[in-house]
Structure formats: C-alpha cells, structure tokens
Ligand binder design. Structure first.
Ligand SMILES: Nc1ncnc2c1ncn2[C@@H]1O[C@H](COP(=O)(O)OP(=O)(O)OP(=O)(O)O)[C@@H](O)[C@H]1O
Length: 525
C-alpha cells in the first residue's frame, strides 16, 4: 500500500513535471501568467485541463514582452496613467486622421477615374497627348494612329491610379491633388463625380450624334438640290419645242385653237401631227415639273420633320453648361497631357520602337528620307525639251568644268560613252554599271547607271539624264532616289517637259532652288 501510494505520488510528480515542461515556453501564449512551478498544486493535470484563455489574456499575451512590461509600469505610476490617456487621445486622433485620409483617397481615386474616362472618350485629349509626344497628327483625319491610341488607352487606368495616389507629385508645375481639385471644380463633379460624369458623358454622346445627324441632313439637302437642279436642266435642255415653261397653259389653248383651225380649214395632216407632237412634249414637261414640285415638297417635309426631332430632344444638361464644362475640362486636360505623354512612353517599352518604325516607313515625306542631302540648299537646273535638242550636251559642259562630279545614265551603254568621251578629253572618270566597273586612278568624276548613284559623297555637279523616267513603274525609284539623295550643290536634270511639275514640287519640298532651261529640237539643215 505504502509502495502503491509512493508510486502514485511519483506518477503525479512526473506528470506535473511534464505538464510544466510542456507549458513552460508557451505559458505567455496560453495566457498563463502565474508561476509554473512544477510542485504547485495548480499544475495538477486536471487543473491544467480546466485553464481557459480569456480575450484579455489573449490580448496581453499577444503583446511583445517589453511592451507588456512598459504597459504594466505605466499603470503603476500616475505619470504612466497620464501618458496612457494621451496615448489614447493620440490613438483616437490618429484613427480619425486615418479615416479622413482614407475618405480623401477614395475621393481622389474616383475623381482620377472620372478624369481618365474623359480622356478616354474625348478625341481632343488624345490629340493633345499626341502633340506632347511630337506626333503632329490628328485622330479622325490622319491614318496610322490606332497603334498610338491603343498605347494611350492602355495607360489611362494606371495613370489615373498614379494621379490619385501621388497627390503631392508635381505635374506641369502643379500638384496632382490640385489638378484633381481643378477637375472637381469644372462642373458638379465634386458632389457626386460618378453621377455627374455619367450625365456629362451621355450629353457628349448625344451632342456628337446631333452633329452627325446635322451633317447627314446637310448631305441630304445637297443631294436633293443637286437632283432638282439636274431635273431643271433636263427640262430646259429639251429642244423639241421652244415653249415658255411658265405659260404652258396658254400654249395649250393656243395649240387647241391652232389644231381646231387647221382641222377645220386646211385639214392638213402634217400640221395636225405637228401639233400633237407639241402636245405630247408639253405633257412630258408638265410631268417633269410635277416631279420636281413633289420632290421639293417631300424634301421640305423631311427637313422640317428632322428639325422638329432636333427640337424635341431632351438634353441631360443644358447645352451652355455642357460647353462651359467642356472648356474647363480641356484646360485641365492640357495640364495633364504632358505627364500622361511621358507616362505612356515609360509604360510601353515598344512605344519608341514603334514610333521609329513608323517614321522610317512613312513614305508620305520623301524629302525626309535623305537628311544628309538636306543639309545644303541645292540648285536644281532642269534642262527640258524634246529628244536631240542638246539638253545633255549643255549639262555635260557644266560637268566637265566642275572639280568633281557624277553622271547618271539610264543605260549602261550611255554611261560607258560618257566615260570614254570624258577620259579622252582628259577628265578622269570612273565607270560603274551592273556589268562592269572600271576604276581610273585619281579619277575626280564618276559615270554610272542611275541605280548605282553614289549618295554618300559630296559632288560639285551631278547630271541625271532622262529624269522623266522617275515616273516609270519599274525603274522610277532609281531616279527618285538619285534626285532626292545626291549630295551636290548643282544638280542638272535632263528630260522631257512633262516632268517639270513633279520635279518642281520635289525641289520645293526639299527646299532647293529650281531653274528651268527650255530647249527646242534642232532643225534640219
Ligand atoms: N551646242 C552643241 N554643239 C555641238 N554639238 C551639240 C550641241 N548641242 C547638241 N549637240 C549634239 O547633238 C546631239 C544631241 O544632243 P543631246 O544628246 O544633248 O540631246 P538631248 O536633247 O539630250 O537628246 P536625248 O533626249 O535623246 O538625250 C549630240 O550628239 C550632241 O553632241
């Protein structure tokens, strides 16, 4: 029995020790603040099982040890009590400030979102941003902007978030928060931005539709007027009878009388048939006139119906308010556009690549293809005239006098001929064609086919023969390239007079001077 009791005692002690060992490190987490001496009767397993963690205990146990101690110490002293009150006050104020900040952030986010919606739907905003990106094109009238537009639209949402979250950031000299405030002041946006914005946008859409409808109406009016005019002309151009249209009734009476008279007195069949013809013609004209009149009344009715429809429209907001708000919004947009343009380029890595590609593949500005040739103002001398009139002869005289120069021929045989002639005259000239290349040591000149024109060297005089070939379907590019790209102070062009205008235009675009020398064909002796 004694042994049994002793064993039981040992068992309990062992259990207590195990519980204490297990609880020890986690005592604070479990809310066990009391001492955990293994010998304490409170650490009996059945007692431990009964331990329940209250919320207060949970709170304290979750505090870091140091804070917890500080907290206790503060409670111990009067000073501590005072500090705790201040803390609570600060905590309260902090919470209030946080709530106010949250409210302000929400307001800014909504305003920024609505401002970006305006950017997404208003073409002027897009055009403004394009101008900031140095793209001088307009959405609606220029083509090739859809890629830019997708970059732009894709950036709006993130840009709006940035605008809302970086209130202190400076955009075009004023803060983002200030811009949003200005946006709120454009109309009734500050009260309920989402609702007012919705009304404004529906008004914008309706106004847009009205503009389109009015344009369609104008088009309709014009087409009808044209149709009426055509009918009138048809009527006037009818040559069978020279009757006055305004008094066709009187003519009818006259004809009746003539017909009666004729049938009574003369009975001449020929004359009767003449008068019948006349009557037929008059009927035809009367029908045409009726058609014109009915068309005119139909058109008037249609126009008045459409006009009345315009008057009956119920606008979501007064037109003058819409216009005033739009003006203000565009002013705010002008403040945002530079930052947005910068954001678009940063957000889309491909933006610059696309812009470069677009510029390089833009074939609408040929004068920009050869920037080196644009550095100097060239003198373009056009020798225009029929074949065998001495155009090339005169141009070559100038080439021979030059310190260095290039002759561009339409055919390799012609290039070879100039090569031989000039070398024979003591002017050292190379030959370069698709078939052969003859290099003369210390040559100052070069004779080649036009496709092999050299554009990376400066010349004093260049002669381009048969310039009218620039309109050729297959080889024209070679003349265009040579004309635009040769780096030379004096360019002589020989060719037919039909190319004068196009060459003059190209010279103007390139900023070159243009001179025209006309030639007549040599007469037979
Ligand atoms: N002032 C001149 N003195 C001597 N020969 C000349 C003179 N003008 C032209 N010729 C000769 O007349 C011929 C035709 O002249 P050129 O080749 O210059 O005419 P073109 O108008 O250029 O003809 P194409 O349009 O066929 O090239 C050439 O053989 C050229 O040497």
């Amino acid at each position: 029995m004694m042994f049994h009791q002793h064993a039981k005692c040992l068992y309990f002690r062992a259990l207590e020790a195990r519980v204490a060992v297990r609880i020890g490190p986690h005592a604070r987490n479990l809310g066990v603040i009391a001492s955990t001496t293994p010998t304490s009767p409170h650490h009996h397993p059945s007692y431990c099982r009964r331990i329940k963690v209250t919320p207060t205990q949970q709170y304290f146990s979750s505090l870091p040890m140091q804070n917890f101690k500080d907290h206790e110490n503060q409670h111990d002293s009067d000073h501590g009590a005072q500090a705790s009150k201040q803390d609570r006050q600060q905590l309260h104020e902090g919470g209030f400030n946080r709530a106010a900040n949250r409210k302000e952030m929400t307001r800014r986010r909504i305003l920024a979102e609505e401002l970006m919606r305006f950017f997404a739907t208003n073409d002027d905003c897009f055009n403004m941003t394009l101008r900031e990106l140095n793209i001088n094109k307009t959405w609606g009238s220029d083509t090739g902007l859809s890629e830019y537009r997708s970059f732009y639209l894709d950036s709006l949402s993130s840009f709006g978030t940035m605008l809302a979250e970086n209130g202190d950031a400076e955009w075009s000299g004023i803060s983002a928060a200030n811009i949003l405030d200005q946006f709120a002041g454009c109309g009734e946006f500050s009260d309920n931005p989402q609702l007012y914005s919705k009304i404004y946008r529906s008004m914008a859409a309706m106004m847009q539709r009205e503009v389109e409808d009015r344009l369609a109406l104008e088009k309709l009016q014009k087409s009808h007027e044209q149709k009426l005019q055509e009918l009138r002309m048809e009527l006037l151009e009818s040559e069978s009878l020279a009757l006055d249209l305004t008094s066709e009734g009187a003519n009818f009476n006259e004809l009746d009388m003539i017909e009666e008279e004729l049938s009574r007195s003369l009975s001449q069949r020929a004359l009767i048939s003449e008068s019948r013809k006349a009557r037929k013609e008059i009927n035809k004209r009367r029908n045409t006139l009726d058609k014109i009149r009915s068309d005119a009344t139909k058109l008037k009715r249609l126009i008045s119906r459409i006009e009345s429809e315009f008057d009956e429209i119920e606008w979501p907001m007064p037109k003058h308010e819409f216009q005033a708000v739009t003006e203000k919004l565009l002013k705010v947009a002008a403040l945002v556009a530079p930052a947005l343009a910068e954001f678009v380029t940063h957000r889309h890595e491909d933006f610059d690549k696309y812009r470069k590609l677009e510029m390089q593949t833009d074939l609408t500005k040929p004068h920009e293809w050869y920037p080196r040739a644009r550095l100097d103002k060239r003198r373009i001398i056009f020798h225009a005239g029929p074949t065998n009139s001495g155009k090339t002869y005169n141009a070559l005289q100038r080439l021979k006098q030059a310190n260095n120069g290039m002759y561009l021929a339409p055919l390799r045989l012609l290039a070879a001929e100039i090569y031989e002639n000039l070398n024979a005259e003591g002017i050292y000239i190379d030959l370069l064609t698709g078939q052969e290349r003859r290099v003369v040591p210390f040559a100052t000149h070069r004779s080649s086919t036009v496709e092999l024109a050299c554009l990376d060297k400066d010349y004093d005089v260049v002669v381009i023969d048969e310039i009218q070939m620039l309109c050729d379907e297959f080889r024209g590019f070679a003349w265009t390239r040579a004309l635009l790209g040769v780096r030379c102070k004096e360019v002589h062009l020989c060719g037919g007079a039909e190319a004068i205008e196009i060459v003059k235009k190209i010279a103007n675009m390139c900023g070159d001077d243009f001179e025209l020398h006309r030639y007549e064909r040599f007469g037979y002796v």
